[in-house]
Design a protein around this ligand. Structure first.
Ligand code: SF4
Ligand code: F3S
Length: 106
């Protein structure tokens, strides 16, 4: 499956949602998660993300590997999102900021 990683946190542009043929995205307060049950590995979401936050599971950077399990867990408890919505007003200022994992809201 594909995995949403740290740079989505507090950016949450939601462009990824528009192209997913499997409706595999689930929405939390400041992050989206992909359900590994729903994802059909099409890869369409990767170039859509302005934060470059989505990776194929097998190509995750070492420090982002914990996001595989996090996506799976959060997708089980968050509601599905199928329509793009406006990003947070300060999204651009968070794009590329390091160590955002501690800021994730669940
Ligand atoms: Fe959806 Fe395809 Fe991205 Fe999986 S890889 S989340 S199916 S767009
Ligand atoms: Fe997050 Fe990128 Fe989608 S920032 S909400 S994974 S477009």
């Amino acid at each position: 499956a594909f995995v949403v990683t740290e740079n989505c946190i507090k950016c949450k542009y939601t462009d990824c949602v528009a192209v997913c043929p499997a409706d595999a995205f689930y929405e939390g307060p400041n992050f989206l998660a992909i359900s590994p049950i729903d994802c059909i590995d099409c890869g369409l979401c990767v170039p859509e993300c302005p934060a470059e936050a989505i990776y194929q599971e097998d190509e995750l950077p070492e420090e982002q590997k914990e996001f595989t399990e996090l996506n799976a867990e959060l997708a089980l408890v968050w509601p599905r999102i199928v329509e793009v919505k406006p990003a947070p007003a300060d999204a651009d200022s968070w794009n590329g900021v390091a160590n955002k994992l501690k800021l994730i809201e669940t």
